[in-house]
Design a protein around this ligand. Structure first.
Ligand SMILES: C=C(O[C@H]1C=CC=C(C(=O)O)[C@@H]1O)C(=O)O
Length: 369
């Protein structure tokens, strides 16, 4: 399929108001697309379904599925075709009350942490800008700018139109082997790929790692904690620990234990999520939810030598999940973009710095508009 045909097919589908998802996995060149030919809302019941899932932040919300039926892909998207200087032309309206409200919520969160209500909470906000609609152009720009991220464009007429470029894996599996990660702690990239980290960021990320290990230890076959690394995501740097292990055929249970991790909710989970609902003056919907490939099967022809040295072919079926946390994303509503940004608050947080962190995070999306 040519690039022109691939994107025309997506455009035509959007014009007909039919569900679709187009996405590219981190460090890959293949851009995938799954389409649905009616506007039915498919929901995930027990995570044995196959397709592309879109789950909200609230663990009580419905998880939407685009079933894996109509699948096509662009094998090698040529990024040079996207003519884009990487400079934003859109501006965010500056309203002092927005900043003051955020600072007040952060101060309140620190007070609750001092009172032992929870240890960490992730506070967020949404930024609304008037931009018109060119979702396919923005998707191409995400693909060009964030080659290490999971980039997507997702649409369902009953849910909305979302785009994003997330650096965070929630759960990735190949048969019974899984990888997840603890990603937290943020600073802007200033040219050094190995910058110094403060106590606040180190402690914040440690809390996430500890939570994941605790949440999974009784539910999986074995569990291994990787090294603490610094990673670059767009103009930002984060701390990351990879965690690997073996599933026991219990995907639903594992996802329930993980989501929302303290990288997007807080710790302990319940009081932190309650505080988020009390404090944030908007509904996160699918921001800080998760999305990606669910139970996709790939089959490969392999040759095997039998006892009498005869070459025989057999098929090798692999089952994969590739689920990502929905960060650095926006929702398009009419001619408006709603950009979502947040950050982890701990006892060592400095409110002004937390605000700056959300401003820096907003640039991931703002830079492509
Ligand atoms: C909640 C967000 O980021 C999370 C993921 C990485 C680092 C984070 C932090 O440093 O606070 C957040 O936990 C967001 O980008 O909106």
């Amino acid at each position: 399929m040519t690039t022109t045909n691939f994107f025309s097919k997506i455009e035509e589908h959007l014009e007909r108001k039919l569900p679709l998802v187009a996405y590219r996995k981190p460090k890959e060149t293949i851009v995938n697309c799954i389409t649905q030919n009616d506007d039915q809302l498919h929901l995930v019941r027990d995570f044995t379904e196959s397709g592309f899932v879109f789950a909200p932040f609230s663990s009580k919300g419905e998880v939407v599925l685009i079933p894996s039926g109509d699948f096509f892909h662009l094998p090698d998207f040529d990024l040079d075709q996207v003519v884009f200087k990487g400079e934003s032309t859109s501006t965010v309206p500056q309203m002092p009350s927005v900043k003051e409200n955020y600072l007040q919520s952060v101060r309140k969160a620190i007070k609750e942490i001092d009172n032992d209500r929870f240890h960490k909470v992730v506070l967020s906000r949404s930024i609304e800008i008037e931009i018109g609609t060119s979702p396919i152009e923005w998707f191409k720009r995400l693909l060009k700018t964030y080659t290490n991220a999971f980039c997507y464009l997702w649409y369902h007429p009953q849910v909305g139109l979302w785009l994003g470029a997330t650096p965070e894996i929630l759960l990735s599996t190949i048969n019974d082997r899984f990888t997840t990660m603890s990603l937290a702690g943020t600073q802007t990239f200033k040219g050094d790929l190995n910058p110094k980290w403060g106590h606040k960021e180190i402690d914040e990320q440690k809390l996430v790692t500890k939570f994941i290990l605790e949440a999974l230890k009784e539910k999986v076959g074995y569990l291994e904690e990787g090294n603490l690394e610094t990673i670059k995501a767009g103009n930002l740097m984060h701390l990351r620990t990879k965690i690997t292990g073996k599933l026991k055929d219990n995907l639903k249970e594992v996802l329930k234990a993980l989501h929302p991790t303290p990288a997007v909710g807080g710790l302990p989970k319940e009081p932190a999520v309650r505080f988020i609902q009390e404090q944030e003056n908007y509904n996160r919907e699918f921001y800080t939810g998760y999305l990606g490939e669910l139970n996709l099967r790939t089959s490969r022809q392999r040759s095997a030598r039998t006892n009498n040295q005869e070459n025989q072919a057999y098929r090798c079926i692999t089952k994969k999940n590739n689920l990502f946390v929905n960060l650095r994303c926006m929702q398009l509503k009419d001619s408006k973009a709603l950009i979502y940004v947040g950050g982890g608050i701990t006892k060592n947080s400095v409110p002004e710095r937390e605000w700056e962190e959300t401003v820096a995070k907003s640039k991931t999306i703002l830079s492509i508009l």
